[in-house]
Write a protein that binds this ligand. Structure first.
Ligand code: NDP
Length: 328
């Protein structure tokens, strides 16, 4: 039996993307078949669909680094047909066929039970970007950064990771400084809980090794000079969670913030994070994330619209989170 999927193909170095009927026999190895109801648009999906960066490791590929759905059949221990599950990462949409399809076959150990406090649509409004934001917040907490430590700066604040990070941190009582290139999103960011909004230009110039100490911690999804500036402005003993590269992969910094201010740079990877850490992140989200604020930052699109939006996310034009609804 066939089903609908977005398929990325490559012939003679030319990449094409279309919505096709995909055969169930073409699904990849796994002990569990999931009927998908929602996926989402993440930055990596933008890279995969446009081919802007070689994240796709086999063709044909179905994009979608996350999904939520119902187990259709399984031989995995602890799983049953009818279970509501979600998936983040593990190489889906890169090496393993992803979530922009009506079905997926995966190893059952990649699946997380859908937390009772989230509808399927809300779980994908969080998606991999939001779950990564939660991993960043856990890194700050584990680093001993508390609401009393001082302000936390969030870069790329109007994007997916940034929006969820602002909201989560504000709900936990932190004072959040949101850095954005979109001045028109100041009202939006304050609604999410930011106490102050600063223009991204303040973090764009080449920094000196150390600048005035401003922030107790940071969630950075931008990288490059922005991250270098954040490190130079972080207070003594602070923690900076680094998860993204929206401005570039480079990091033009020095050892000064580390050896003179004892700052910790915590790398965040959502793809291969162990199940216990995933469970902590989803528990934090379930307990803390304001569902009406989550609704404010979310738009819901069809598979067709999601393909069209893939280029926009790379240009920083998508606000908050985009859920991809998989129609029957
Ligand atoms: P979005 O595109 O939604 O957000 C990125 C934001 O960064 C934009 O909205 C924009 O925010 C800002 N931005 C974009 N371009 C630039 C630029 N040239 N200079 C400065 N700021 C810029 O993407 P996501 O939030 O989904 O992902 C953000 C990053 O995090 C990506 O690099 C992604 O690959 C990474 N990521 C990493 C994960 C991991 O496991 N480590 C998991 C998930 C995401 P604004 O307009 O507010 O300035």
């Amino acid at each position: 039996m066939s089903f609908k999927a977005v398929v990325i193909e490559k012939t003679d170095d030319v990449q094409g993307v279309g919505i096709k009927q995909f055969a169930i026999d073409d699904l990849m190895e796994g002990d569990t078949v999931v009927r998908i109801s929602h996926s989402s648009l993440n930055y990596k999906d933008g890279l995969a669909i446009t081919g802007a960066s070689p994240v796709v490791r086999r063709f044909p590929m179905v994009p979608g680094i996350d999904f939520v759905g119902i187990v259709e059949s399984t031989s995995a221990e602890g799983l049953n047909a009818g279970d509501a599950v979600l998936l983040n990462g593990w190489g889906t949409g890169e090496r393993h066929l992803g979530g922009w399809a009506q079905k997926s076959r995966v190893p059952g150990k990649w699946l997380t039970p859908l937390p009772a406090g989230f509808t399927p649509e809300q779980a994908m409004a969080v998606g991999t970007a939001g779950y990564t934001a939660a991993l960043c917040v856990l890194a700050l907490q584990d680093g001993g950064v508390t609401p009393d430590s001082g302000e936390i700066v969030v870069s790329g604040a109007a994007g997916g990771v940034g929006s969820v990070a602002v909201s989560l941190l504000a709900s936990l009582g932190y004072s959040v400084v949101a850095s954005t290139g979109r001045a028109e999103e100041e009202g939006y960011l304050k609604k999410l809980g930011a106490s102050r909004v600063i223009p991204r230009d303040e973090l764009a110039a080449a920094p000196r090794p150390l600048e005035k100490e401003l922030w107790a911690g940071a969630v950075d999804s931008v990288g490059s000079t922005t991250l270098a500036n954040i490190l130079a402005k972080t207070k003594y003993g602070g923690t900076v969670a680094c998860c993204g590269l929206a401005a570039g992969m480079d990091l033009p910094t020095s050892v000064a913030p580390f050896i003179l201010r004892g700052i910790t740079l915590r790398g965040i990877d959502s793809v291969m994070a162990p199940p216990e850490l995933r469970a902590r992140a989803w528990e934090l989200l379930d307990r803390t994330l304001d569902r009406s604020v989550l609704g404010e930052m979310t738009s819901v699109v069809s598979l067709e619209q999601a393909v069209e939006a893939a280029g926009d996310i790379l240009k920083g034009k998508v606000r908050g989170r985009m859920v991809v609804k998989i129609e029957d």
